[in-house]
Design a binder for this molecule. Structure first.
Ligand SMILES: NC(=O)C1=CN([C@@H]2O[C@H](COP(=O)(O)OP(=O)(O)OC[C@H]3O[C@@H](n4cnc5c(N)ncnc54)[C@H](O)[C@@H]3O)[C@@H](O)[C@H]2O)C=CC1
Ligand SMILES: O=C(O)C(=O)Cc1ccc(O)cc1
Length: 367
């Protein structure tokens, strides 16, 4: 049996381990520096075996995934480079930045193992193994960042494994290009969300109406400000150059809109919002069926997840509707809980929607 080792059994490592366990025949080992995280991962069946020591976790492994904060990954990689790894081993990571880690990985390649940087473009503001889900990466992009020296056969091997396990859409990108793109669509937005929340918190300190009136738009825009501060500290430090460039552009953009407001320039202000509206509406659909067969999905708001999963499954069972998959979405802050149901056919999807609505549930056809 092939062996996979996941180093760092938190949200992403735990989710990846679950994917490998559920959809491949690999034996999945987990390692974490936190004994509690290892205990939880083992107890909840996220890994076949958990370890608090690195060596037994990676010994004889065919594939190793680093799923630790980006600031801890280079040190862990150095440590790995000193261990007797299986010579054909593929080592990958899931970090949100790629330039630094790919640079660090050179030493490992000299030992016979192949390092291929990776970044699943899905996650949540939550962290820890408790939030792990085998559905997390489904239909999301999963970026691999091989360098010119990386053997194509190894990239294909890893890509096929991840496609099967995560059901994500694998794409290949240059590490520096990845860091600039992800800097713009993920790192900068996290900074802005945090800045906005901090600014309003300052105002709220002397007048609580700021928080009391904070409704839909503010909450939508700032959900990611609830993310882990240590993880985001590491990401900014690791993607320093790209983030500095992006902040420069941001400051210039703010200067321009400030000027337009200062001059009461209605045309420019309207143009600013019109351009954004068109660009926002032109964003590609999030869940396009690519190589993955279309999923007939519905989303159900549920107040209390543990009790409600059974209730929903029961209602559908009564109607003879079979669920292909059921999962809990972790990325909605404005709703108590969201169940994602995957049906086998469009007909069954419609039937399920009707039945659940009749049963008093709030049902949505997109996330
Ligand atoms: N949270 C998200 O939405 C996403 C995160 N990522 C990346 O995934 C990586 C992991 O993030 P999460 O799973 O969210 O964090 P997490 O905090 O849920 O899990 C990290 C785990 O690593 C362990 N750990 C920390 N340092 C360690 C070390 N030196 N050796 C062994 N274990 C160590 C921690 O105990 C924890 O269990 C980060 O590099 C992050 O950039 C990538 C995509 C999405
Ligand atoms: O919660 C969200 O919307 C995120 O932004 C999750 C996320 C965090 C870090 C990544 O590198 C990729 C995705």
């Amino acid at each position: 049996m092939k062996k996979a080792a996941v180093l760092g059994t938190g949200l992403i490592g735990g989710s990846l381990a679950l994917c490998l366990k559920e959809r491949t025949d690999m034996e999945v080992h987990g390692y974490d520096s936190s004994a509690e995280s290892v205990r939880l991962a083992e107890a909840s069946g996220v890994v076949h075996r958990g370890h608090t020591e690195l060596e037994p976790a990676v010994e004889g492994a065919d594939v190793i995934f680093l799923a630790v904060p980006v600031g801890s990954a280079p040190g862990l990689l150095e440590w790995l480079a000193g261990l007797p790894l299986k010579p054909s081993c593929i080592v990958s990571d899931v970090g949100s930045t790629k330039g630094k880690i790919v640079e660090h990985a050179g030493r490992l390649s000299r030992l016979g193992a192949t390092f291929i940087g990776g970044h699943p473009m899905a996650g949540s503001h939550r962290s820890g193994v408790q939030a792990a889900s085998s559905l997390l990466f489904e239909n999301a992009y999963y970026v691999l960042t091989p360098i010119p020296a990386t053997p194509l056969s190894e990239v294909q091997k890893l890509s096929r494994l991840l496609e099967k396990a995560t059901r994500a859409r694998l794409v290949i990108m240059d590490p520096a290009h990845h860091d600039r793109v992800v800097g713009a669509i993920s790192h900068l937005p996290h900074i802005l969300a945090a800045a906005l929340v901090n600014q309003v918190a300052d105002y709220n300190a002397s007048n609580e109406w700021f928080h009391r009136l904070a409704a839909g738009g503010f909450r939508d825009l700032t959900r990611v400000a609830a993310s882990d501060p240590v993880m985001w500290r590491d990401i900014l430090l690791s993607n320093r150059e790209a983030v500095l460039d992006l902040l420069e552009d941001w400051t210039e953009g703010m200067r321009r809109i400030r000027e337009a407001v200062h001059n009461s320039d209605a045309g420019r202000i309207e143009g600013f919002f019109r351009r954004a509206k068109e660009a926002r509406e032109g964003l590609p659909e999030r869940r396009k069926p690519g190589m993955i067969p279309p999923a007939h999905e519905i989303y159900v708001d549920v107040p209390d997840i543990p009790g409600e999963i059974a209730g929903v499954a029961h209602l559908l069972g009564e109607e003879g509707i079979n669920l292909r998959n059921i999962g809990v979405m972790e990325n909605r802050e404005d709703r108590a809980g969201v169940l994602r149901l995957v049906l086998n056919t469009e007909e069954e999807r419609e039937k399920a929607e009707k039945r659940l609505k009749a049963g008093g549930y709030q049902v949505f056809t997109s996330e």
